[in-house]
Write a protein that binds this ligand. Sequence first.
Ligand SMILES: *Cc1c(COP(=O)(O)O)cnc(C)c1O
Length: 390
Amino acid sequence: MNGFREELEGLRQQGLFRSLRVVGGPQAGRVLLDGREVLLLCSNNYLGLADHPALKEASIRAVERYGVSSGASRLVSGTMELHDALEKRLAAFKGTESALVFNSGYAANTGIIPALVGKGDVIFSDRLNHASIVDGALLSRARFVRYPHNDMAALGRLLAETDVAGRRLIVTDGVFSMDGDLAPLAELAALRRKYGALLMVDDAHGTGVLGPTGRGSAELCGVPGEVDIQMGTLGKGLGSCGAYVAGSRELVELLVNRARSFIFSTALPPAVLAASLAALDLVDSPAGANLRCRLARNSELFRNSLRDAGFDTMGSETQIVPLFVGDAEPTMEFSRRLLAEGFFVQGIRPPTVPAGSCRLRCTLMATHGENDLERAVAAIGRVGRELGVV
Ligand SMILES: *Cc1c(COP(=O)(O)O)cnc(C)c1O
């Protein structure tokens, strides 16, 4: 009647139909999927903090002291002591004047971008940026110019050629979420200076994980002071939930006044804020450094072994290790076969990635054991050969 069934049938025929899988128990390196234990190779809980005792303890104490809800949006009565504490802690962590917490990374990007640019302004966005950046750009009504992935010569030409009456905003993922490669932040910082542009970096996959002290991709690339808008998330490496932007006091004041996803949404609850604070403490401790080390080691072992086995890891330099397949159907068959053998790896299809570039997206955790990873590498190699991927 309404055409829903035909639309769903169309998705099934193209191999693009998606459905939800329920995980039992906490988000650990091994999880229960449909009651069966499998190795989790598709979580963004990179440091294994999602069920860390320190975060759980902090959440429980926050619930006892502050209850379970914030009860209103931040500008109404929803700003609690913990929001303030977390924002001060995030600003100190990132070395900026100020920081602001959003309910999610999606909410942050769809709030920040339209708050900063609009008609008359131009956004220069990497072609592989996260969907939330694209949606924020579309909501802003600024002109949206996409440059080829990490192509600084092309971006330079576009910046030189494009007439801009208002602001120029260059926006990039710090770590590309489906490719695991890094943005060339030093070169982006140089273009920012040359053209007087604003530079925004989405560090969803770098926060807590990359750089000597886990400050993220800007620390890794040595340009923390040159990113005007440092956005990151709290639900991936930090094992909690929500997102932040760190920058100048004026940037944060403007966002408080203009970012609609911040203004018109109930604030994050105490348990989540306390978990984020505990996660930042952990990241700054020797235990955090140890977790980052283990994550880097696991990632390298896994990536190198699969490269040696003939897989195309698509330029991955981080804990995100894609294995290129191509079409949707074999990608999903690969994923199904691995699951049957006890390895939970997601196949990634359009619209998340461009057509013809479907892949398995493997993600590593600090808490994966070496034996488990070796078994995973062996199974992936064998199934890959059976399917003709390698
Ligand atoms: C996951 C992700 C987001 C969205 O963050 P959520 O907190 O999950 O909403 C934004 N940007 C990038 C690059 C991401 O990978």
